[in-house]
Design a protein around this ligand. Structure first.
Ligand code: MN
Length: 480
């Protein structure tokens, strides 16, 4: 048992004007987009709602709804938030709890809530009706839209007295979603922080995990690091700690296998701080030394990631980056003798998608797969690029992942062998020799600035760096 004292936490201090700055920027965009119609209007949001377990007196853990967190920062459930478009004031309505509830839970009074979250006014949910009849808005905007990932829409406030006011269900979804696509400088700083500490945790795992360990021990060590040092209680998604052929399951989260020698380990893990997510993937050999075949696949993915990275700038279309990645992977698979035929035919028939089976990346922010990918006014999802999470032109302030991968997915390849139109491009014997590699994914979190892309994570990438990191050496001194 380690007898060192527990280190003091290193938390990131959220600036006091964080949400005020977000609201101001959002409102400017809202007023600009909506025009005269916005006059004397209100924006009304509903926060996340408590979910009781059916067979006991406890609730499921429910995260605050991400738009509500974005605009108000309030982390209580069953709240409503209003922004007065004319004067920019923020008013949050909270439940009024009885003494029995207060005996079991922490309940702040409204003044404390107002101070804590820097709001203009905090009232009880029961006050909404009278507050509105006093304010007499000419229009109330609600957040209504079908999310591109979940295909769900958020519930909207439905109290009967709201029918006394004109309502708009169209504008807010587009504007608020679009606002979240480009991060404010203060949001960018939080994302730098969470990416940095998530990188440290990845490094710690690479240095300390050996054959004979279980996959879940990587998950445990990762979460221990970000929680004990930085207060990250939750991860943005389930940790993916895959060894050997488990790496070919894109979202493998069983994490239950014992790590063997000469296996590749694919760790896709992120942290979450103040709602903001990192999403970083590293791949490394279990015994610190890539085999020749592992290295071929690893370098193919690394080259693809770098080629994409070097092409990132304002105005570049993400769909074109997907195609660049596919061309690069195709070339590498061809050079490795895994696929055959003319480059033109291989590309035309999307043969590389038998190995690179997912989109090149997604936006990142308050959600791992963040909002806005196919927002109104952006290039729509194409049937031939259905796996791609967005096809937008890149812009300053966007944060997104660059995560090419090559996988040897048994059921996909078995299916392809039976399809003559695919089989003629595949070198089956050669592929069989690579099945044990499992999968390689390298995932960077990118902030696009006016000067180009900034990689927010800091993990070893070249083979020499990864092997040095595994040995506990200073891999940052290695440039190739
Ligand atoms: Mn990802």
């Amino acid at each position: 048992m380690n007898s060192d004292p527990i280190p003091f936490p290193r938390e990131y201090a959220i600036p006091e004007d964080f949400h005020q700055n977000i609201r101001t920027r959002f409102l400017n965009f809202f007023r600009y987009t909506v025009g005269d119609k916005a006059r004397n209007s209100l924006i009304m949001l509903m926060g996340a709602v408590k979910m009781n377990k059916h067979d006991e007196d406890q609730q499921y853990r429910v995260e605050q709804e991400s738009n509500f967190h974005y605009l108000f920062g309030v982390d209580f459930l069953n709240c409503y938030g209003i922004i007065d478009v004319d004067n920019g004031k923020s008013i949050v309505f909270v439940p009024q709890y009885d003494s029995n509830y207060k005996m079991w839970n922490v309940v702040l009074n409204n003044d404390e809530i107002k101070q804590k979250f820097k709001l203009d006014e905090v009232l009880y949910n029961d006050d909404i009706e009278s507050w509105l009849s006093n304010r007499k808005p000419s229009l109330i905007y609600y957040f209504y839209g079908i999310d591109d990932y979940s295909h769900h829409s958020l519930p909207i406030p439905d109290q009967p007295f709201l029918q006394n006011y004109n309502s708009d269900y169209d504008e807010l979804y587009y504007i608020l979603t679009e606002s979240r696509v480009r991060k404010t400088p203060q949001e960018q700083d939080i994302m730098r922080f969470i990416c940095k500490i998530s990188s440290e945790a990845h490094e710690l795992v690479i240095k300390n995990i050996r054959k004979g360990n279980k996959e879940y021990q990587m998950e445990a060590l990762y979460q221990y690091h970000t929680f004990i040092n930085h207060g990250c209680r939750f991860t943005p998604y389930e940790c993916i700690c895959a060894s050997g052929t488990n790496g070919s399951v894109l979202h493998y989260e069983e994490n239950s296998k014992t790590i063997q020698e000469k296996e590749l380990i694919l760790n896709d893990m992120g942290g979450k701080f103040y709602g903001y997510c990192s999403d970083i993937t590293v791949t490394f050999p279990s015994d610190g030394k890539f085999t020749q075949k592992q290295a071929i696949i690893y370098n193919a993915v690394l080259d693809t990631q770098r080629q994409v990275h070097n092409s990132l700038k304002v105005g570049v279309n993400w769909g074109d980056m997907q195609l660049l990645a596919e061309r690069t992977i195709t070339k590498h698979l061809f050079n490795a003798g895994l696929i055959k035929g003319s480059m033109e035919d291989l590309i035309k028939n999307s043969i590389c998608r038998l190995f690179f089976t997912h989109g090149l990346g997604h936006m990142l922010g308050l959600r791992t797969h963040d909002v806005g990918g196919y927002n109104k006014g952006t290039p729509p999802r194409l049937p031939e690029l259905s796996q791609l999470q967005f096809r937008r032109d890149l812009d300053v302030g966007m944060v997104f992942t660059n995560e090419p991968g090559i996988y040897f997915i048994d059921f996909i390849l078995q299916g392809a062998y039976k399809d003559p139109n695919k089989m003629k491009y595949l070198n089956k014997e050669r592929i069989e020799e690579f099945m044990h590699v499992g999968g390689v994914r390298l995932e960077d979190d990118i902030l696009l600035t006016a000067n180009g892309p900034e990689i927010l994570n800091d993990v070893p990438r070249t083979i020499k760096q990864v092997e040095a990191c595994w040995r506990g050496e200073d891999w940052r001194k290695i440039n190739d």
